[in-house]
Design a protein around this ligand. Structure first.
Ligand SMILES: NC(=O)c1ccc[n+]([C@@H]2O[C@H](COP(=O)([O-])OP(=O)(O)OC[C@H]3O[C@@H](n4cnc5c(N)ncnc54)[C@H](OP(=O)(O)O)[C@@H]3O)[C@@H](O)[C@H]2O)c1
Length: 267
């Protein structure tokens, strides 16, 4: 125990430290670049070690990589263990992917893997990191949800929308509990619309709407964290669309979403 306090005391003199999952491409890699530019030391987590190492080699601050498949519980546990004695100032739960098509034709194993990454890993890491930050007496955790998670349902991308609803709901509830307890620990949820990353290639779709850049999305996310916003929707148009969507009856909103999703399938 004493060793632990000594370690934390020593560590408080060190740079801020952030952990980013899904850091081998897209938003995760951009979080890494912008946080390193702010002086954060980093731990990058994803499966593709070569991609993370190439990114780490360009960083101006200390940057380590932690290759892991977060669809596996034991890999989430291994990450938590590796962080046991390390103070984590910011944890970005960003790893995730989507799949597009009619519900009955998407491969079940692919969907179950999506649930493991988008829901189970996010759940495990949110719980373990919030507990850790409560012990530390401070810290911030950002879950990367999606504007999909703010909508009632997403036909032709049903499972992905459902996973992101889970992330939004969980983040909102945990944030409310922390606020009610007067906790210094922050939990927020980033809910972007389309962003130009490798997401499309993985989901095998074309966006129906133009995407914003990963750099703009991450700048907005980091500003949202500074302002302790629980739900962060990057981009003025997307924020306005999400606010307006609350005025539209649920049935009509689902039909509208279905139309957008079908356009993606048609390229
Ligand atoms: N792009 C968009 O339009 C958009 C919009 C809203 C929300 N989002 C969300 O933003 C997050 C980041 O996506 P992105 O757009 O940046 O897409 P991306 O470029 O495809 O990045 C996804 C990241 O997740 C990692 N990942 C996937 N499965 C993993 C696993 N089993 N274990 C560990 N890491 C895994 C990938 O790394 P490896 O393949 O190397 O493991 C990759 O680094 C996702 O949660 C996505 O749902 C994206």
């Amino acid at each position: 125990m004493a060793g632990r306090f000594l370690y934390e005391k020593e560590n408080s003199l060190m740079s801020l430290f952030a952990v980013i999952t899904g850091a081998s491409s897209g938003l995760g890699a951009e979080f890494a670049r912008q946080l390193a530019a702010q002086g954060y030391e980093l731990l990058l987590v994803a499966r593709r070690a070569d991609r993370m190492q190439a990114l780490a080699d360009t960083m101006p601050t200390r940057c380590e990589i932690f290759p892991a498949d977060l669809s596996r519980t034991e890999e989430c546990d291994r990450l938590v263990q590796a962080l046991e004695w390390r103070r984590v100032d910011l944890f970005v739960n960003n790893a995730g992917f989507g799949a597009c098509g009619p519900f009955s034709s998407i491969d079940l194993d692919r969907e179950l893997n999506m649930l493991e990454v988008n829901v189970r890993a996010v759940h495990i890491l949110t719980k373990r990191m919030v507990q850790k930050m409560q012990r530390q007496g401070s810290g911030a955790l950002l879950n990367v949800g999606s504007s999909a998670g703010l909508l009632p349902a997403g036909p032709y991308m049903a499972t992905y929308y459902a996973t992101k609803s889970y992330v939004v709901s969980l983040s909102r509830a945990v944030a409310a509990e922390l606020r009610a307890a007067g906790s210094p620990v922050y939990v927020g949820c980033l809910c972007p619309g389309p962003v130009d990353t490798e997401f499309n290639a993985v989901a095998q779709v074309q966006f129906a709407l133009p995407g914003i850049s990963a750099a703009d999305c991450v700048r907005c996310a980091l500003a949202g964290i500074r302002h302790r916003k629980t739900i962060i929707v990057p981009g003025r148009w997307m924020a306005a669309a999400m606010a307006l969507s609350r005025l539209v009856p649920v049935g009509a909103l689902i039909r509208l979403t279905a139309r957008q999703q079908k356009r993606k399938l048609n390229g």
